[in-house]
Design a protein around this ligand. Structure first.
Ligand SMILES: Nc1nc2c(c(=O)[nH]1)N[C@H]1C(S)=C(S)[C@@H](COP(=O)(O)O)O[C@H]1N2
Ligand SMILES: [Mo]
Length: 246
C-alpha cells in the first residue's frame, strides 16, 4: 500500500504539472522541457521528427480483431479477476526506478489518454486494424522516475504458454515513443479477454509478438540477460528477433 501510494503521489504531482500547461499539447511540452530519459531520447533523435507508425480511420477498422497466442489466462486468480470486471487488477511498476509502486485501473484511466487506430502485423501472416486507448507508457515511466542505469523496459504478463511465463521487453526509444501505450480499450470498449484484458501493450512500430497482453507489471532493467531465457521475450527465447521493427 505504501509502495503504491508513492508512485500514485508522483503521478498526481505529474498530472498537476500537466494541467498547468494544458493537456492538449502535453507531449510536445514534455519533450521540449524534457528531463532525464525524455531529454536523452530527444537528443538522440537530433531534435528531429519522431518516426511514427501509420494511423488509420474508423472506416478502416477490422470488423473483428482476432485473438492470437494465449486467448485467456488459465488461472483461478485470472478467472476471479474477470468475474469482478478486473476492478482490482494492478500494474506493478518497479526495477530501476525512483518511485516503485502499483497502479490501479482507476489510476490508469485517470491519466491523459491516447487513442490510435493502427495495423497489427503478426509474423504468422495476418493483420488487423484496431482502435486502441490508454495512457502513454512514457507518462508512467516519468512518474516512476527511470534511473540512468536502465536500458530496457520489461513487460510481465499473467499467462503461461507451454510452461513459460509470457514476457516482452523494449529499448527506451520504443518505451518513450508517443505511440507506445498501455491499452485498456479496443474500439471504444474495455479490452476483450482474447485481446489481453484488462491491460496490454501497444508498441506500434513492432511486430505482433512484442504487444504483450494480460500485463501485470513493467520493470526498468539494465540488462535482459537474467530475465526468462535471456533473449528479451517469450518468442525471442524461442528464436524470434528481439528488434521486430516494421
Ligand atoms: N501475454 C501474451 N501476449 C501476447 C501473446 C501471448 O500469447 N501472450 N501473443 C502475441 C502475438 S504472437 C500476437 S500476434 C498478439 C496477438 O494479439 P491479439 O490476441 O490481440 O490478436 O499478441 C501478442 N502478445
Ligand atoms: Mo503474432
Amino acid at each position: 500500500m505504501k509502495r503504491r501510494n508513492f508512485l500514485v503521489a508522483g503521478l498526481g504531482a505529474f498530472l498537476a504539472g500537466c494541467n498547468e500547461i494544458g493537456k492538449s499539447d502535453w507531449f510536445g511540452k514534455v519533450v521540449d522541457g524534457a528531463q532525464g530519459w525524455h531529454r536523452e531520447l530527444h537528443r538522440a533523435l537530433g531534435g528531429g521528427r519522431i518516426p511514427m507508425a501509420p494511423e488509420y480511420t474508423r472506416a478502416d477498422l477490422s470488423p473483428y480483431f482476432r485473438g492470437n497466442g494465449s486467448l485467456t489466462v488459465d488461472t483461478d486468480a485470472y478467472r476471479a479477476a474477470e468475474a469482478e470486471g478486473f476492478a482490482n487488477w494492478r500494474l506493478a511498476v518497479g526495477g530501476l526506478v525512483d518511485n516503485p509502486g502499483e497502479l490501479s485501473m482507476d489510476d490508469i484511466r485517470a491519466l491523459p489518454q491516447r487513442t490510435q487506430i493502427t495495423r497489427h502485423d503478426c509474423v504468422e501472416g495476418w493483420s488487423a486494424i484496431g482502435e486502441w486507448t490508454g495512457p502513454q507508457l512514457s507518462q508512467i515511466l516519468d512518474a516512476a522516475g527511470v534511473q540512468p542505469e536502465a536500458n530496457f523496459i520489461v513487460f510481465r504478463c499473467a499467462d503461461n504458454l507451454n510452461g513459460a511465463d509470457y514476457y516482452e521487453s523494449c529499448d527506451m526509444d520504443d518505451a518513450f515513443h508517443p505511440q507506445t501505450i498501455i491499452a485498456h480499450e479496443l474500439n471504444g470498449e474495455p479490452l476483450p479477454v482474447r485481446n489481453g484484458a484488462p491491460l496490454r501493450l501497444r508498441i506500434e512500430r513492432q511486430l505482433g509478438y512484442k504487444h504483450a497482453k494480460y500485463l501485470t507489471g513493467i520493470e526498468a532493467v539494465a540488462s535482459l540477460d537474467d530475465i526468462g531465457g535471456g533473449s528479451g521475450g517469450y518468442w525471442e527465447d524461442r528464436g524470434y528477433r528481439w528488434y521486430a521493427g516494421i
